[in-house]
Design a protein around this ligand. Structure first.
Ligand code: HEC
Ligand code: HEC
Length: 332
């Protein structure tokens, strides 16, 4: 019976640590961030701007500027809401979309820091409201207006001179959401949304795209590596830091962290240079699926194995107990 008491004590303390101490320590070290369910309505940005106004009032410095920022955000997201209520004309939008293709043309040329991503699946990868906001003002949409005080400084800033009226914006977005292209696989979602900044070593992806399986000569392999390093230098200049490799990121971060971080990086790492990427719920699921594939490729094989192992231990425990009883039989 003594063994059972010891076991009970061990189990008790393990459970207290698992459900009590660890979550408590975690909640103290990382504040909980509420998600916004992939809705991009400016709620989080306006709340952030309000906090900044309060801080400015406390410090008695920069109150007028902080107030002006708050008003600008409220006005901006108000206009986005209005545009989203317009009915877009996808046919007219297709012509206007030509302006986007000037940069998003797959030529792989770095523009102001990154290579503009492929937009084939943008209509389902990104939230509709976010796309409207992005065309109106990419700095505001991606919550990087603190960095680009003049939106024209953003590498996509000039788009507002090409697609100008609210109706034009609604038309382009209508075209993007109705455009029929191939299936959105997890890998494509990841490549369109994240690859222009992040490498994924296990997925064999760099900001230049897929790394060829083999090179003809050693010289070709080195030349490719140099091209990747040059591109990473440009990204570093733009972001002030090299974005981390995402191969095993899902092992280091919870799904909740990833979700809220992608919705609004500033909510988890205030001051970070990663822009918001405006993914829709579906877009996030696909990207997350890909990150799980590269971070934990044997996950699907491991789950059934776990059950078999538990059954094995169950049988083994019974046998061990019977054996122990048998051995101690004469001594007790
Ligand atoms: C002047 C070049 C240029 C034009 C024109 C342009 N873009 Fe972009 N776009 C970029 C660059 C550069 C980026 C990457 C910016 C970054 O990651 O900071 C980008 C990023 C994007 C993204 C990803 C945004 C995100 O948050 O992940 C989408 C979607 C997009 N553009 C859509 C469009 C649409 C739609 C149009 C046309 C209405 C357009 N772009 C016109 C250069 C351009
Ligand atoms: C325009 C460039 C850019 C794009 C696009 C981008 N990121 Fe990032 N990301 C960064 C940078 C820069 C950092 C480093 C931020 C820092 O250290 O402050 C970062 C950091 C991260 C981190 C680490 C956060 C941490 O806790 O340290 C994760 C996770 C992440 N990105 C995920 C993604 C995913 C997923 C996507 C695609 C949906 C994506 N990023 C798209 C630039 C980008």
């Amino acid at each position: 019976m003594k063994e059972f008491k010891i076991l009970a004590v061990v189990v008790f303390f393990s459970l207290v640590t698992y459900w009590g101490v660890e979550p408590f320590a975690h909640s103290q070290m990382h504040k909980h961030v509420e998600g916004n369910e992939f809705k991009y309505d400016g709620k989080a940005d306006i709340a952030e701007a309000k906090v900044k106004v309060e801080e400015a009032k406390k410090a008695k410095k920069g109150v007028a500027e902080a107030d002006a920022k708050l008003l600008a955000k409220q006005a901006f997201w108000g206009e986005v809401k209005q545009i989203s209520s317009l009915k877009g004309d996808a046919v007219a939008g297709e012509a206007a979309f030509g302006a986007c293709m000037g940069c998003h043309n797959g030529a792989g040329v770095n523009m102001g820091g990154v290579i503009p991503p492929n937009l084939d699946h943008a209509g389902s990868l990104y939230d509709k409201n976010y796309l409207i906001a992005l065309i109106k003002n990419p700095a505001m949409a991606s919550n990087t207006d603190h960095k680009f005080s003049d939106p024209m400084m953003h590498p996509m800033g000039s788009v507002s001179t090409m697609v100008t009226t609210p109706q034009d914006i609604a038309n382009v977005v209508a075209y993007m959401t109705t455009k029929k292209v191939g299936k959105l696989t997890p890998k494509i979602a990841y490549m369109e949304a994240c690859s222009r900044c992040h490498s994924n070593r296990y997925g064999k992806l760099t900001p230049l795209g897929e790394t060829p399986v083999s090179f003809k000569t050693e010289r070709d392999a080195l030349a490719h590596n140099i091209k990747v390093l040059d591109e990473q230098d440009l990204i570093k200049k733009y972001m002030a830091t090299t974005p981390p490799d995402l191969s095993i990121m899902t092992r280091a971060r919870s799904e909740h962290f990833m979700e809220t971080f992608i919705e609004n990086p500033q909510s988890q790492l205030p001051g970070t240079s990663m822009p918001r990427t405006g993914l829709s719920e579906k877009g996030f699921e696909k990207v997350y699926e890909y990150l799980n594939e590269t971070g934990d490729p044997s996950k699907s094989a491991r789950a059934p194995l776990g059950i078999a192992v538990l059954i094995f231990f169950g049988i083994f425990t019974v046998l061990a107990y019977l054996w122990k009883k048998h051995q101690w039989h004469d001594l007790h």
